[in-house]
Design a protein around this ligand. Structure first.
Ligand code: ADP
Ligand code: GLC
Length: 483
């Protein structure tokens, strides 16, 4: 089989720049694809952390004026990957997050920052930036949505557009269109126009050769008016080229047997090491150090999507049993305040850390008995995959990728020896409470619990199968172009 060269373009990369699972996916997929004869080079914005990590960076191309300043494309290595970096200090070298200023407001020039990234991607793809000329381009999220549009109108190589979360669409005023260097024909319902403005994700979804999202169930949900967030019509139109490919996790980063962030590493064969992690977690968050208490964990962005307001409402029910909660998250102020207050009112029973903390995320996975993910929608979700591998039984809403990755330990499953977690639907406080109670029931049967934990830890959560799906899709897309 011929080796394929793929240019992957994204705005995040673990561990350098991360606001969510996108960063993990972009970082892990290239190594998995290498096993499928696919060679990936990853194009990223030149954020400070990316430039600082860049090794052997060599200039392969330059722009005299890219939206208000000079810019260069550098090729080198970062975070173990072959990368290209768009070094454009006026666009990316700023204090604050990748999309927002330090006060949490979107940067006012995001339209141009990410038009620039797409422009750079098009230069590489069309062979105008050094020796790497990809057979195919893989664009992730709205930040790269213009790239399939440029390739479409400029006759570039084929592209695959991946939707990680339809809640983020990259919508800008119509006036932006004139600055994008697209032909007038692109201003249409078949192009980049979206409800009277410019839609970056819309552009990519409309004009890529194929569109993927990160689980089969989410691929089905987003074709409906309820789940489509305005995209359902377009996605039904593109139905024949829309695919749901489940995410995996990096099983070297997430390996309880070798995890240096855990006080006590352990394996599926001998999960007893979890006991010390649980004690460490309880101590760290000010919980009573009790091995017998059922310890629920949460590692999450605190947003409406994640349904954690429902967990806050269900707390009395959770604490009515003999359970504890350990929460790590950051996001909406009201949720941060809600969990902080809950911890204050329930000393020893509820502990939380508001913030981002890689080490604590691992400790929760390796020490909590169960991980709660009550999302209202979830394109894939990675934390439940980590939880499976670490033996924290996932308690999840039956939506999107959560539905595709957990086997509910219902009566029949238990009788048959299968089941890897607890699933509930619809996503309401009442059903979440019922799921928490059901989990507590399973906890009271230690042998059954250990069985479910073993099932969870043996679940295949790696990138092996998903990478094979991506590689097959890339080859199909190239074959249909050639036909
Ligand atoms: P999303 O991308 O919607 O936030 P995912 O489950 O796909 O959800 O990915 C979230 C990723 O971010 C996981 O790797 C998770 O461990 C990590 N994460 C989320 N919140 C925190 C936090 N407060 N501290 C550390 N890691 C976090
Ligand atoms: C998004 C989704 C999440 C998914 C991640 C990586 O942030 O919210 O469900 O796992 O992207 O694809």
């Amino acid at each position: 089989m011929k080796t394929l060269n793929v240019l992957s373009v994204a705005s995040e990369l673990y561990p350098l720049v991360k606001t969510g699972g996108l960063a993990d996916v972009v970082a892990a997929l290239p190594a998995a694809l290498a096993g499928q004869d696919v060679r990936v080079c990853t194009l990223l914005p030149g954020y400070r952390a990316v430039l600082a990590a860049l090794q052997d960076g060599a200039e392969v191309s330059g722009f005299d004026d890219l939206y208000g300043g000079p810019a260069r494309l550098l090729r080198g290595r970062a975070a173990g990957l072959d990368v290209m970096v768009l070094d454009a200090p006026h666009l990316f070298l700023r204090a604050g997050g990748p999309y927002q200023d330090p006060s949490g407001q979107d940067w006012p020039d995001n339209a141009w920052r990410f038009a620039a990234l797409a422009r750079a991607g098009a230069e590489v793809a069309c062979g105008r930036a050094g020796a790497f000329v990809p057979d195919l381009v893989h664009a992730h999220e709205w930040q790269t949505g213009l790239l399939p549009a440029y390739l479409h109108y400029e006759g570039g190589p084929p592209s695959v557009m991946t939707i990680h979360n339809l809640a983020f669409q990259g919508r800008f005023p119509a006036a932006v269109f004139d600055t994008l260097g697209l032909p007038p024909a692109a201003w249409s319902i078949n192009g980049v126009e979206y409800f009277g403005g410019v839609g970056y994700l819309k552009a990519g979804v409309a004009l890529a050769d194929a569109v993927t999202t990160v689980s089969p169930s989410y691929a089905a949900e987003i074709r409906t008016p309820e789940g489509g967030m305005g995209f359902d019509g377009l996605l039904r139109l593109r139905g024949a080229e829309l695919f749901g490919i489940l995410n995996g996790i990096d099983t070297t980063v997430w390996d309880p047997a070798t995890d240096s962030l855990l006080p006590s590493p352990y394996s599926a064969a001998s999960p007893a090491g979890r006991v010390a992690n649980k004690a460490a977690l309880q101590a760290r968050l000010g919980l009573d150090v009790r091995p017998d208490a059922l310890l629920f964990g949460v590692v999450s962005r605190l947003t409406w999507q994640k349904g954690l307001d429902l967990l806050l409402a269900a707390l009395p029910a959770l604490l009515g049993g003999d359970a504890q909660l350990a929460l790590l998250g950051t996001g909406e102020r009201a949720l941060e305040a809600g969990f902080t207050a809950a911890a204050r009112m329930n000393p020893g029973r509820v502990g939380c850390l508001i913030g981002y903390d890689e080490g604590l995320a691992h400790l929760i996975q390796g020490g909590a008995d169960a991980l709660v993910v009550p999302s209202r929608f979830e394109p894939c979700g990675l934390t439940q995959l980590c939880a499976l591998r670490y033996g924290a039984l996932p308690v999840v809403a039956r939506v999107g990728g959560l539905a595709d990755t957990i086997v509910d330990a219902n009566e029949m499953a238990v009788a048959s020896g299968v089941g890897t977690g607890v699933m509930f639907a619809p996503v309401t406080r009442d059903m979440l409470e019922a799921a928490l109670l059901r989990t507590a029931g399973l906890w009271r049967e230690p042998e059954l619990w250990r069985r479910l934990q073993r099932n969870a830890m043996r679940t295949e959560v790696s990138w092996k199968r998903p990478a094979a799906h991506y590689a097959a899709l890339y080859r199909d897309v190239l074959a249909s172009r050639a036909a």
